[in-house]
Write a protein that binds this ligand. Structure first.
Ligand code: SAH
Length: 236
């Protein structure tokens, strides 16, 4: 057990934890690394690096965003479960939906959910461009999170249609956050959003990251998102 690494990391960044959360995060690490031999889930595999660059990074948002029981949160383009799984471990009462277009990744995440005994969390397979036009997903989420999926303009077209009016979109970015935001202004307002804040932070060890907080102020026009592939090819 290397829990002390995790304990120190979370203490350093100021996030509260229980031993149960630490144990679950660590078990998730081993499941991830095991499956990563067959499936491309993470480029980094070394224990300390995964703890820092994936887990601590995913959890940083807990310092800036209030979560509550019953809140509906979507992780769009979850891949190996980032940020959805680490956050779910820390937020037992929040409802999570993990979405991805690659079915094998979701089968892995279902295994993780069952192995760790996580509740109030489910997965859905499909492309955001298609799922966003279904009534039971469109404008149904209080909060949509997305990490390392695409540039902010095309990502806004995928994400904002899922967010309720009055809800929020939080985009996890690296150092390029400010620059991407400049180019995404048009897309964000067209889709009913308004940029609230950009939070820049540093992971222990020095990597610079940012979180872009976008409020959904108006309904998103029905025609968005456009057909699968178009948002990435022709950003608004
Ligand atoms: N969020 C994870 C994975 C990033 S990789 C992390 O931070 O590590 C991007 C993921 O988004 C991939 O798993 C890919 O399958 C998914 N994805 C990309 N475009 C998508 C779309 N249009 N709809 C749904 N999922 C998508």
């Amino acid at each position: 057990m290397k829990n002390h690494t995790l304990e120190k990391l979370l203490t350093d960044i100021g996030i509260e934890y229980t031993t149960d959360f630490l144990d679950k995060l660590e078990r998730f690490y081993f499941l991830l690394i095991e499956k990563n031999r067959f499936l491309n889930l993470t480029a980094i595999t070394e224990y300390d690096e995964v703890m820092r660059k994936h887990f601590a990074d995913c959890l940083f948002v807990l310092k800036y965003q209030k979560f509550y029981g019953g809140q509906r949160v979507l992780d769009l383009g979850t891949g190996g479960g980032f940020p959805g799984i680490p956050l779910k471990i820390f937020l037992p009462d929040t409802e999570f939906l993990l979405m991805d277009s690659v079915r094998k990744k979701l089968i892995f995440l279902e295994e993780v959910i069952s192995e760790l005994g996580l509740k109030k969390i489910s997965v859905v397979h499909g492309r955001a461009e298609d799922l966003a036009h279904l009534d039971h997903y469109r404008e149904q989420f209080d909060l949509v999170l997305s990490r390392a999926v695409s540039n902010l303009s095309s990502l806004s077209e995928l994400v904002l249609p899922f967010v309720k009016t009055g809800g929020k979109f939080i985009s996890y970015k690296g150092e390029s956050g400010n620059e991407e935001l400049l180019r995404a202004g048009n897309a964000i307002s067209l889709l009913g959003g308004r940029t609230e804040e950009i939070i820049e932070y540093e992971l222990p060890g020095g990597d610079r990251r940012s979180l872009i907080l976008i409020k959904k102020e108006n309904k998103c026009p029905d025609k968005y998102p456009r057909r699968a592939g178009t948002p990435a090819r022709e950003p608004l």
